[in-house]
Ligand binder design. Structure first.
Ligand code: SF4
Length: 311
């Protein structure tokens, strides 16, 4: 895995944060700092408004308790059997790992139970029994933190289940380490017969660079479908120009903008909330200025609902 900042004081020094701005940075957190160098290098020095900075550097805003902001905002515990999560008809999600390459401060799973067991026999057994499931979502954490061997074992087992038609990866890993999509990984995917889909979690156009583009092209060549979902985040992408540029850039490289998510109200994330009224205005502006295929669906997740709710 690439080198990362885990020590906040080293990061403060690297980003040349002055004394006044340092007061706004949280020095200790239960969800620790994890920021790869490759992303830290993209941050403007001493700029607390930088969109990459805001997504990954803990601020004192996180310790403010706000009503309605809770540890498990989507009530996932209720829907979980072992590492398998089944909330919606026809789909099931495997929490393949807790590990991520970076810690995003708004993550709705940041308080989720930790585990190290990478054996998925129990989950495979549950999937085999439930013939209504046609699609498996590989989530986490980030599934690309698993080794190629671990991914191959899991994919091969899923590939053998006849009622499963689609295997979908959800990942943010590539915004920091696109070289993870190496030849061995591609070879593994090539040998899978089911349709594979990648949903990237890219929030800002500055997360896209030439190495990421190369990685996505390798996936495209394998007939893998590529989508993106973003979270609407205050101070990161809650303006028309950023969303327009993000979606244009995605389409240019063959990734379909799929969802724009309203923030899930996880404890410590209130400072990222964008009012729904503003979100709707942004979507309206996108509609008025761009082709329909460039506009993601603006959705929110409401616990116990059978699908995402269109806003
Ligand atoms: S990469 Fe995804 S799962 Fe990991 S911290 Fe970020 S949002 Fe959460």
């Amino acid at each position: 895995m690439p080198k990362s900042f885990t020590n906040i004081n080293k990061l403060i020094k690297f980003l040349k944060i002055d004394k006044k701005n340092q007061k706004k940075i949280l020095l200790r957190s239960d969800f620790p700092l994890l920021l790869p160098y490759s992303l830290a290098k993209k941050i403007k020095k001493n700029d607390l408004t930088d969109p990459i900075f805001r997504q990954f550097v803990p601020l004192t805003d996180e310790i403010l308790k706000k009503p309605g902001y809770i540890k498990d905002p989507l009530s996932e515990k209720k829907f979980k059997r072992s590492k398998l999560l089944k909330k919606y008809n026809s789909r099931a999600l495997i929490i393949t790992t807790n590990a991520c390459l970076m810690h995003c401060r708004y993550c709705f799973r940041k308080h989720a139970e930790k585990f190290s067991n990478k054996n998925f026999d129990k989950e495979i057994g549950l999937i085999k029994k439930d013939k209504t499931i046609t699609e498996i979502i590989l989530s986490g954490g980030d599934p690309l933190t698993l080794s190629n061997n671990q991914i191959e074992n899991l994919l091969k087992k899923l590939d053998k289940i006849s009622h499963i038609k689609i295997l979908r990866f959800h990942t943010r890993y590539v915004i920091s380490d696109p070289k993870r999509i190496d030849q061995n990984f591609i070879k593994i995917l090539k040998n899978i017969k089911k349709q594979i889909i990648f949903v990237f979690h890219i929030n800002h156009p500055r997360e896209i660079d030439s190495t990421l583009i190369k990685a996505t092209q390798k996936l495209k060549k394998q007939n893998i479908l590529l989508f993106n979902q973003s979270v609407l985040l205050k101070g990161v992408n809650d303006d028309f120009e950023t969303l327009k540029n993000l979606n244009l850039k995605l389409i240019e490289i063959g990734i379909i903008p799929y969802y724009l998510h309203q923030l899930d109200k996880v404890e410590g994330s209130k400072h990222f909330e964008v009012p729904i009224k503003k979100g709707k205005e942004l979507i309206k502006m996108l509609h008025e200025n761009l082709s329909g295929y460039l506009i993601p669906k603006y959705v929110r997740e409401i616990p116990n609902k059978k699908c995402k709710t269109l806003i």
